[in-house]
Structures are given as C-alpha cells and as structure tokens.
Design a binder for this molecule. Structure first.
Ligand code: ADP
Ligand code: MG
Length: 240
C-alpha cells in the first residue's frame, strides 16, 4: 500500500503541500480533484520520488520513498506514472518505444521485452499499431501507448496525472475506458483528473485538494452528493 503521512513540500517560499495524509490500499482507486495549483501533480511526483519532500513520510510497500538508503530507481519500477503528454521517441516504432525501458532498465532480452510490449499494447487496444511510428497515432492512441509503456514495467501502482487533459473531447472516452479497465482488473491507482463523471463512476474514494490541503476525502457519493466543505461545493459547481 501507499502511506502518505503529514507530507509538506515547498518550492522556495511557496508551500504547495501543507501536511498531506493519505493511505491508498492495494486495489484501491483514488481520484484527486481540485483547482489548478492546488498541489495535485506535486503529490504524484513526490510519491514516486521524482521530487524530494520537506517533512513527513511516504511509504510504499514498507519502503520509505525519501529515505537516503532507498533505491529510488528500483522503487519507481513498481510505480508507473503517466502524464498529460509523453514525448515518445519519434524515430522508434510504437513497440520499440514500449520495450525501451524493459530492455534498458530491467535488462530484458529483445524477445522477452517484445512479448511483454506486444501484450500490453494489445491490452490497451493498440495490437495493430506495433510497427507504426508515434506521429501516426491520434492523441488518444498516444496516451494509450504511454499507458502500455508504463504497464510494460509490471508496476504494482499506477499514477495518472490528467492524462486526458490535452486531448480533443472526442478522444477522451477511449483513454478513460482504458483507465476503467485497469481499475476493474484491480490495479491500485491514483488518478488526478478533471473528468468528474469518471471520478464518480470509477473511484473508491475521491480526494479534493485546495491550496495544498486535502480539504475533503470520501466515497464519490459523499463528495459529489453531500460535500462537507464550502470549497468542495464551490469547486464542484464551477466544473459542472
Ligand atoms: P496542480 O497539479 O494541482 O495544478 P501543482 O502541483 O502542479 O498543482 O503545483 C502547485 C504549485 O507549485 C503551483 O503554484 C506551481 O506553480 C508550483 N510548482 C509546481 N512545480 C514547481 C517547480 N518545479 N518549481 C516551482 N514551483 C512549482
Ligand atoms: Mg497538475
């Protein structure tokens, strides 16, 4: 599981995480909603050790992410992260983009890495795009390729940061369907999203972030049906 305890994080004078507490159990899907600049992306990058924290602890499967003795690269292999946009290597095929990390980081042989890459690309519905170049894919297909690339490392956790925000509206659905499929398969996920219907339908819990504080967290029925904090109500009214 992921345990986040009283995590604080500043950039210079600006405190962007002001004591975050959150536990995510195996198989749980937590979506994070909130206004721009509320610290959502920063939390994700702290969880997989891309960013240092100022105080508190983040523990993943018993390993403290920011402890000096922790092998962050090894830890990161079990925490996949997908961003709004991923710049694939344009001169590599879709399959080669997906097998790069398994080969370089996990040291798998070509055949083994390709078998995994192919399996994950099929999984996200791109089984017919193996030898295509990334520039020939639609935005939605590129995001699904990015998801397949993360899955090819066999992660135990997946972090998604507004993976549909850069997409044309008609392409959002196919990517959300992929996330929904992973959730149904039992993947443990933290999803930062602006897609409220996705948050409502797929999450076990929804966390509302406001100015570096997790103002409210609860099951979707509660957050969307009976929000306790005025900020949550205001935010939900603004995105509806
Ligand atoms: P969100 O994802 O909720 O929009 P972020 O976590 O990206 O918010 O950012 C929170 C705040 O931290 C914002 O004010 C942002 O400008 C600032 N910030 C984020 N990353 C950096 C950075 N690397 N250096 C300085 N400030 C940053
Ligand atoms: Mg963000």
């Amino acid at each position: 599981m992921i345990e986040i305890q009283n995590v604080r994080k500043s950039f210079g004078q600006l405190e962007v995480l002001k004591g975050i507490d959150l536990n995510v159990a195996k198989g749980e899907v937590v979506t994070v909603i909130g206004g721009s600049g509320s610290g959502k992306s920063t939390l994700l990058t702290c969880i997989n050790g891309l960013e240092p924290i100022d105080s508190g602890r983040i523990v993943v499967d018993g390993t403290e992410v920011h402890a000096p003795k922790t092998d962050v690269n090894r830890l990161r292999q079990k925490i996949g992260i997908v961003f709004q946009q991923w710049n694939a290597f344009p001169h590599l095929t879709v399959l080669d983009n997906v097998t790069l990390a398994p080969r370089k980081v996990l040291g798998l042989g070509k055949a083994e890495a390709e078998a995994i890459g192919e399996k994950q690309l099929r999984h996200v519905g791109l089984g017919d795009k193996l030898t295509t170049y990334p520039s020939r894919l639609s935005g939605g297909q590129q995001q699904r390729m990015a998801i397949a690339r993360a899955l090819a490392m066999s992660p135990d956790y997946m972090l998604f940061d507004e993976v549909t925000s850069a997409l044309d509206p008609q392409l959002v659905g196919e990517v959300l369907e992929t996330l929904r499929m992973l959730a149904d398969e039992g993947m443990t996920m933290i999803c930062v999203t602006h897609e409220m219907s996705f948050a409502r339908d797929v999450s076990n819990r929804v966390a509302y972030f406001h100015k570096g504080i997790m103002a409210e967290i609860g099951p979707p029925q509660q957050i969307f049906g009976d929000p306790q904090h005025p900020e949550t109500r205001q935010f939900l009214a603004s995105v509806r």
